[in-house]
Ligand binder design. Structure first.
Ligand SMILES: [Zn+2]
Length: 113
C-alpha cells in the first residue's frame, strides 16, 4: 500500500480509538480488558502521524473528516464500502498503484485490501 495511504489509515484507526478513550464508559471496558486508554497520548500520536502526510492529502483528509466518520474506506468487490458505488477498474491499475485515490461518488479516500 502507498505509504501516504498507510498513514491515513493509521490516523483514522487512532481517531476511532481516541473516540473510545474519551468515552468514559467505553474506556472503562477497554481498560478492564487490559488496554491503556490515554487520550492525551493518542492525540499526540495522531498529531505526529498527520505531520507525515503530504499537505494536500492532509487538507483533503481533514475536510472529509468533517463530513464522514470514516473518511478512509476499503474497496470490496469493486465497490466503495462508504457509499457502495462502483469503483472504476482503473483503480487497481499499476499506473495508479502509488496514488492516493478517492471515490468518484462520495469522495472518500479508498484503498484496496
Ligand atoms: Zn464512495
Amino acid at each position: 500500500m502507498n505509504r501516504q495511504l498507510n498513514i491515513l489509515v493509521d490516523v483514522q484507526n487512532k481517531e476511532l480509538t481516541l473516540r473510545d478513550a474519551e468515552d468514559t464508559e467505553r474506556a472503562k471496558e477497554f481498560e478492564a480488558l487490559g488496554f491503556k486508554m490515554d487520550p492525551e497520548k493518542i492525540r499526540g500520536e495522531i498529531a505526529k502521524l498527520i505531520e507525515e502526510v503530504d499537505p494536500k492529502h492532509r487538507g483533503y483528509y481533514l475536510r472529509l473528516k468533517k463530513k464522514y466518520s470514516d473518511p478512509v474506506v476499503p474497496v470490496r468487490d469493486g465497490h466503495c464500502t462508504g457509499c457502495y458505488a462502483n469503483v472504476p477498474t482503473s483503480f487497481t491499475s499499476v499506473m495508479n498503484e502509488n496514488k492516493v485515490q478517492n471515490c468518484e461518488s462520495c469522495g472518500r479516500i479508498i484503498f484496496q485490501i
